[in-house]
Design a protein around this ligand. Structure first.
Ligand SMILES: [Zn+2]
Length: 486
């Protein structure tokens, strides 16, 4: 039953994603044709000439415009965020997750008898999400003797042997039934970025990293460490912003280079480039570099972009379309916790009651500032608070009591902080502004590198599949994207 629902969901998300893809291709076609018109020379465009002087910044990469292709669904009233009591557990394990569950139930006062909060949502990263979901499935308490079980089969045996809970459905005996797990969007996005870095690092991102100034061996090592980190769990907030910028530059530059030969051909024969025309043209392309890059850019990279836009604008349709179209990469690259996370999350959404689904969809992300393009997943909202608390904790390894003290008083401390800023008339740093500077020049520069390398120069010639710097790749990589969806 549910399996058929998921298959239907894939079809639905395919249709939704196609709308976003068409919009994206359309906007990029516009950028290229505008550049051709401005240049007045179709055969040799600006990228060929490398004449950056006259290069005008296309509006689509400006940060305030970036996510507007997705409709915003933030509530009219600004959300209020309250920092809860922290629970100190390091190393994610079943034991740690259980401790956190008990802590949440206690602090949030989640109880059957409590009319104002019978159940609550718990958002987290893929590993605790997976472990937590398994715990919810398997942990039970016998109503008759209060004995606890961590295995559903053992509980069943106990019921039969003792004739306990004979008329009570299993779900009523589940110890953590009042908690509902949700994978949070910030970490979802980080893991999608990790997957793309893993897939593309040797093929092309390494060349982009060099272009961006990671030139010395030390800097390149740092960048490689960044990529290694990407594959592990330790991953800082600012590292993710670097990765995000690299992937954005890559996506826009590569998309424009993939569209360019089609556009030039159309304009040269006095026809208008169209989205449908491009897809028809692309279907005939046989060059492995070209095929692989168009799959990566117009599916995986764009899925990440659409998910980010959906998060920024609290748009569930975009978020789900992004998750579904990206999901084959988690399987292809063997990222087990996100494979299970994706499947569980999809099942929850097709199986839960309608009003609960509506609640989830209404609260995918939160814009604390009220800005319609600055929504974030609950994890990044919390991360902002964590950073604020760190400011008040003395340098060095923070001890638990100090941290607890700061967390409990963060609202008051923030007021003091704001007041001091107003007294001294100093400006507070806006992180979003800091991280979203214009990347048009980098996009253009990377296009020049791709064009110069002739990496995409022969769309209709079957050649060896290579990295941008000319190393031979496994031809199967081209079929990689297709293979995963089977
Ligand atoms: Zn019992």
């Amino acid at each position: 039953m549910a399996k058929a629902e998921i298959v239907k969901e894939f079809d639905k998300q395919d249709v939704n994603f196609r709308t976003f893809r068409n919009d994206f291709v359309q906007s990029q076609l516009r950028v290229i044709t505008l550049q051709m018109e401005k240049n007045g020379d179709v055969v040799m465009d600006e990228v060929d000439k490398k004449s950056t002087n006259s290069f005008q910044i296309p509006s689509h990469t400006k940060s305030e415009e970036r996510y507007k292709f997705v409709t915003a669904h933030h509530p009219e009233e600004t959300v209020s965020v309250t920092m809860g009591e922290p629970c100190f557990e390091n190393q994610c394990s079943y034991e740690a997750v259980i401790k956190v569950f008990d802590h949440i139930i206690n602090v949030a006062n989640v109880k059957d008898g409590n009319e104002s909060r019978k159940w609550t949502m718990v958002g987290c990263d893929g590993l605790p999400y997976t472990l937590g979901s398994r715990i919810i499935d398997n942990y039970s308490v016998c109503h008759d003797c209060k004995m606890e079980f961590d295995d559903a089969a053992e509980f069943e045996e106990h019921k039969n042997y003792r004739s306990h809970c004979t008329n009570i459905p299993y779900s009523d005996c589940q110890k953590y039934m009042n908690l509902m797990m949700l994978p949070v969007l910030g970490h979802y996005e980080i893991n999608m970025s990790k997957a793309l870095m893993k897939l593309l690092w040797d093929v092309i991102i390494i060349d982009l990293a060099k272009m961006l100034g990671f030139k010395s061996i030390k800097a390149l090592q740092a960048c490689q460490v960044l990529q290694e980190c990407v594959l592990l769990f330790s991953f800082s907030f600012s590292d993710h912003h670097k990765t995000w910028q690299i992937l954005q530059i890559f996506m826009f530059a590569m998309a424009q280079e993939l569209l360019h030969p089609y556009c030039r051909q159309q304009v040269l024969s006095c026809r208008t480039p169209t989205v449908e025309g491009f897809y028809l043209w692309l279907a005939k392309v046989s060059n492995p570099n070209f095929k692989f890059m168009s799959d990566v850019v117009f599916t995986s990279c764009l899925a990440l972009h659409v998910l980010r836009a959906g998060t920024r604008r609290n748009n569930s349709t975009a978020i789900q379309a992004g998750k579904f179209k990206f999901s084959p990469l988690f399987f292809g690259l063997n990222m087990p916790f996100y494979m299970e996370t994706f499947i569980r999350d999809s099942f929850v959404r097709v199986q839960c009651p309608h009003d609960i689904l509506a609640f989830i969809e209404k609260n995918e992300s939160y814009s604390v500032s009220g800005n319609e393009s600055k929504g974030e997943g609950g994890d990044f909202v919390l991360e902002n608070f964590n950073r604020k608390t760190k400011m008040w904790v003395p340098a060095g390894l923070p001890d638990k009591p100090k941290w607890l003290q700061v967390c409990r008083n963060i609202d008051i401390l923030e007021k003091v902080h704001d007041h001091l800023h107003s007294i001294f008339n100093t400006k507070q740093a806006d992180d979003e502004y800091e991280f979203s500077y214009d990347i048009s020049k980098e996009i253009f520069d990377f296009r020049c590198i791709v064009r110069q390398s002739k990496y995409l120069a022969k769309p209709f010639q079957v050649e060896e599949h290579k990295t941008l710097s000319g190393k031979t790749l496994d031809y199967d990589l081209v079929n990689f994207m297709e293979m995963q969806t089977k």
